[in-house]
Design a protein around this ligand. Sequence first.
Ligand SMILES: Nc1ncnc2c1ncn2[C@@H]1O[C@H](COP(=O)(O)OP(=O)(O)O)[C@@H](O)[C@H]1O
Ligand SMILES: [Mg+2]
Length: 248
Amino acid sequence: MIDLRDVHKAFGANRVLRGVNLTVPKGESMVIIGGSGTGKSVLLKCVLGLVRPDRGNILIEGQDAARAEREAFLARFGMLFQGAALFDSLSVWQNVAFRLLRGHKKRPRPEAREIAIEKLRRVGLKPEVADLFPAELSGGMQKRVGLARAIAADPEIIFFDEPTTGLDPIMAGVINELIREIVVEMGATAMTITHDMTSVRAIADDVAMLHDGVIKWAGPVAEMDDSGDPYLDQFIHGRAEGPIEAVR
Ligand SMILES: Nc1ncnc2c1ncn2[C@@H]1O[C@H](COP(=O)(O)OP(=O)(O)O)[C@@H](O)[C@H]1O
Ligand SMILES: [Mg+2]
């Protein structure tokens, strides 16, 4: 479904991606791990076409992401942004229905509202929440709204950027479970970025570790603990000592 071939991206002298190769099969849940600042979000933005790689190709079902017609291309994706990133001035249902109210998948307002309420229910929120504003919600509820928005247009591919960052462990567990359930039930292809190992174990079919601009290790989550890869081991166990230098 998603195929990255030798993707390079630098910002000035900062060579962030230095030849990323990665394949995400259709219907699979791929989790990308790596330290902060290693380029995980940049990688995701490259797939979405928000950042243009300097070199290499990104194919979505064989179609070159750089050459696709933007609106139809983006309509295939759902995205849960880091920190939920809801629009403060829109009500909850308008946030969820954001893409249903405009552009390629535009629906009449009452229908968009109905779909929004249905998606809110799917993430465990009552219809009463629909007319509240983001500032009236707890962090966990905001994440749920962000998740409802990501799935509102029934995307084929869903991206989750740090879905549990800032949540307490119990709420993080709830969100992880929801993500897993929804991805399975929609049959969607999912790409999640995280440094939360609990999330990895809850969400992933496959895991890829980004370090020094390349994928250092990729494989099924079941093989992660016995990879024998010193970079992956250090990351999984959160050790200060190892081949990854901590920036102090
Ligand atoms: N638009 C940009 N312009 C310049 N530098 C950027 C830009 N976006 C990201 N970077 C740099 O790329 C590196 C990787 O960033 P990012 O992908 O956000 O890391 P993370 O793995 O934490 O998501 C960082 O050094 C960041 O400063
Ligand atoms: Mg990031």
